[in-house]
Design a protein around this ligand. Structure first.
Ligand code: NDP
Ligand code: 8X3
Length: 250
């Protein structure tokens, strides 16, 4: 079934996006990989067992996103599953102290970038009468934690956009899902703390976090239900995490 499909993964150069590429490719799907770090995508593509195509894309650049489909080779334009994964956090600062640039980066990527890509891809899905949009949200879209107000706001927005898109597409064959993880060990915290590896490591210290593949397996589950089944939202955490603010550590 997946062997006939094209899966478009944004933010495929690392973490959850790279794991989604691997998991879907292992099931026979063709993978369209996008991120800003094209070298990383090419390295990943070499180890995928199925056909893949790499595109250098900044999802927050509307012009780049709008031109994306036309710039693709014809055989890569008919996307079946869009995994809106590209995203990031910057800092853990109080609103009164935070940098405007950090807010702009999070909102431009996590909210506007996701919207631009969705707007570019969905019309073709509607024309073809098939498609699935899977947004990577977060536990931060369900809860707020200190210092996380803008990142959490961006993920609350993703949750609203998932629900709204499902309403907009009601009555069509297109499906819309959201996969919302808690703590996953990726480069996420390294990016949040701008390369401070020690601080990043401490986020996952003393507990067993989710792996990117744990999340990718859930994304795959959503994408492989029968066509009449829509998984709306899956919230998954490590066993050691009960809420955004509560985890047990050794
Ligand atoms: P990583 O930092 O490992 O991966 C983030 C990916 O997003 C990279 O491939 C990066 O690629 C890409 N990306 C960032 N900005 C852009 C952009 N402007 N244009 C295109 N691609 C971009 O983190 P994760 O894998 O953890 O994050 C993936 C998603 O999962 C994010 O949406 C994040 O919010 C979400 N999430 C993460 C959790 C966690 O605990 N790790 C928990 C819940 C949700 P590049 O830099 O090459 O462009
Ligand atoms: C990432 C998970 O809890 O660090 O979305 O915000 S959290």
């Amino acid at each position: 079934m997946l062997s006939d499909q094209i899966i478009f993964v944004t933010g495929a150069s690392s973490g959850i996006g790279a794991a989604c590429a691997e998991v879907f490719s292992a099931q026979g799907a063709k993978i369209l990989l996008a991120a800003r770090r094209i070298d990383r995508l090419k390295t990943l593509a070499k180890r995928l067992p199925t056909k893949s195509h790499c595109v250098e894309l900044d999802v927050s650049n509307r012009k780049q996103v709008d031109e994306l489909l036309d710039s693709l080779p014809a055989e890569w334009r008919e996307i079946d599953v869009l995994i809106n994964n590209a995203g990031l956090s910057r800092g853990l600062d109080k609103v009164q102290q935070a940098k405007h640039q950090d807010w702009e980066e999070m909102i431009d990527t996590n909210v506007k970038g996701l919207l631009y890509v969705t707007r570019a891809v969905v019309p073709g899905m509607l024309e073809r009468g098939r498609g699935h949009i899977i947004n990577i949200g977060s536990i931060a879209g369900h809860e707020v934690y200190p210092g996380g107000s803008v990142y959490c706001a961006s993920k609350h927005a993703v949750r609203a956009l998932t629900q709204g898109l499902r309403m907009d597409l009601l009555g069509t064959p297109l499906r819309v899902s959201s996969v919302d993880p808690g703590l996953v060990e990726t480069e996420f915290s390294l990016v949040r703390f701008r390369g401070d590896a020690e601080r990043a490591k401490s986020v996952y210290k003393g507990l067993q976090p989710l792996t990117p593949h744990d999340v990718a397996d859930v994304v795959l589950f959503c994408a492989t239900r029968p066509p009449h089944v829509n998984i709306n939202d899956v919230l998954l955490t490590p066993l050691a995490q009960a809420s955004a603010m509560q985890a047990v550590r050794d």
